[in-house]
Write a protein that binds this ligand. Structure first.
Ligand code: ASP
Ligand code: MG
Length: 418
């Protein structure tokens, strides 16, 4: 059994959807589960839509029409006719969404968000499934919410692993044995029967959850890049593709901010030793990258991961006490309560410096709490660069002309804030 995940870029217009058909024709075959994301940037549009309805903004109906129009164009580009069952199914989904939007005001926003934003994946999976069936790639559409069971953490659902595994292996597996199934990434359902999403870009994670439950032989994430690269090719034209990488190195790359694979994806695969291939849907014959178990995979080139929009906060105590155990524990408690993730930290006797993603609201609260006992200074608009397997040259090249505010080295990694 194999799991294929297609992201938003792979279904961003009718031509792209047709290309997914070609990839499945060539590489699909028996016992395949297809997990698909929302088309193009639909999730962003639905986020705006949810907000607009929640706040009753005048733009709300226009936004709804835009989302509908975008999908209608794709449907007509795929020559799905208006009197077909498919067209009716999708039309019905839009009516459901419309009704859902009428009731948004009296609930908490995160819950509303999930009920609305999840439609992106429902639309894309319906359209893809119908198109594939019409072009002879027989498949069955299924709702991922029937299998992925979560807690009530809206927008960042935590998986109930035992129950999810049971549902996938008992209810979904027998169906995939008979025919290809098309389902959605990103969404699950809680015990109260409400949709819960798994966090932005969570479709990779869904693919891994399904693979875990199915004891799949492999997962392939089909992307618009050749595989996992050693740097972002948009920023670094000399970036090269990595042929193979071990699970721990892939987890580390995701942790430092590489966006090619969602950070939560690797763990379920690693625990069942399921290999992950990252391949290009533009050049599907090319080899791509294998993420797997072998130690031989560790011979990596220097990898460069950069995170922009960083802030540096320097914290020192007002009473000039050392920043050691007591103070650190107070400071960390505030970070943990606000769920603020520290990307890099460094401390000296009387100060403590942290680098974080710029989340203005949370940082304002952080300042408010820490201001009581500490002096704080803050610098915005910075970049955090992590180089693994670094050489002094690679660092010089990257930071040339920019001042390095913090530098931290281990045997394998170097991190700088510039
Ligand atoms: N459509 C969702 C998002 O854009 C999930 C995904 O693409 O992985 O965040
Ligand atoms: Mg997406």
């Amino acid at each position: 059994m194999r799991v294929f995940k297609f992201g938003g870029a792979s279904v961003k217009n009718a031509e792209a959807v047709k290309n997914v058909g070609k990839v499945l024709q060539a590489f699909g075959g028996e016992e395949v589960l297809v997990v698909v994301s929302a088309m193009g940037k639909t999730t962003n549009s639905l986020e705006l839509l949810a907000q607009a309805y929640y706040k009753n903004e005048p733009s709300k109906q226009e936004l709804f029409r835009e989302v509908k129009h975008f999908h209608d164009e794709i449907i007509s580009g795929l020559l799905i006719t208006k009197d077909s069952q498919t067209y009716a199914d999708i039309e019905n989904l839009f009516i459901e969404l419309d009704c859902e939007l009428e009731n948004v005001a009296d609930s908490n926003f995160d819950k509303v968000y999930d009920q609305i934003v999840s439609y992106g994946e429902l639309f894309s999976s319906r359209i893809l499934s119908a198109y594939l069936n019409e072009s002879g790639i027989k498949n069955r559409w299924m709702d991922a919410q029937n299998f992925i069971s979560t807690d009530n953490t809206y927008r960042e659902g935590k998986i109930d692993w035992d129950y999810t595994q049971l549902l996938i292996s008992q209810k979904l597996k027998p169906i995939i044995k008979k025919q290809m199934v098309v389902t959605q990434g990103f969404i699950g359902k809680n015990k109260d029967n409400f949709t819960v999403t798994l966090g932005r870009e969570g479709s990779d994670y869904s693919a891994a959850i399904f693979a875990f439950g199915l004891d799949a032989e492999q997962v392939t994430i089909w992307k618009d890049v050749a595989g996992v690269m050693n740097a972002d090719p948009k920023k670094y034209p000399n970036a090269i593709k990595i042929d193979a990488i071990s699970y721990p190195s892939a987890i580390e790359m995701a942790y430092y901010g590489a966006t090619v694979i969602h950070p939560k994806t690797i763990q379920p695969l690693q625990s069942k030793k399921i290999p992950l291939y990252v391949k290009s849907f533009i050049e599907p014959e090319a080899k791509g990258t294998l993420v797997g178990i072998s130690k031989e995979l560790e011979n990596l080139p220097p990898t460069i991961i950069s995170k922009s929009n960083q802030v540096l906060i320097s914290i020192s105590s007002k009473d000039f006490s050392f920043i050691v155990e007591d103070n650190l524990s107070n400071i960390f408690t505030v970070f943990a309560d606000l769920k603020l993730k520290i990307n890099l930290m460094q401390n000296s006797a009387i100060s403590f410096i942290v680098c974080l993603d710029n989340e203005p609201q949370k940082i304002e609260q952080l300042m408010y709490h820490l201001n009581v006992n500490y002096n704080l200074t803050i610098k915005e608009g910075l970049e955090l660069i992590t180089i693994s397997n670094y050489s002094e040259n690679s660092l010089k090249e990257l930071s040339s002309g920019k001042s390095i505010l913090i530098e931290q080295k281990t045997e394998k990694n170097i991190q700088v804030v510039i």
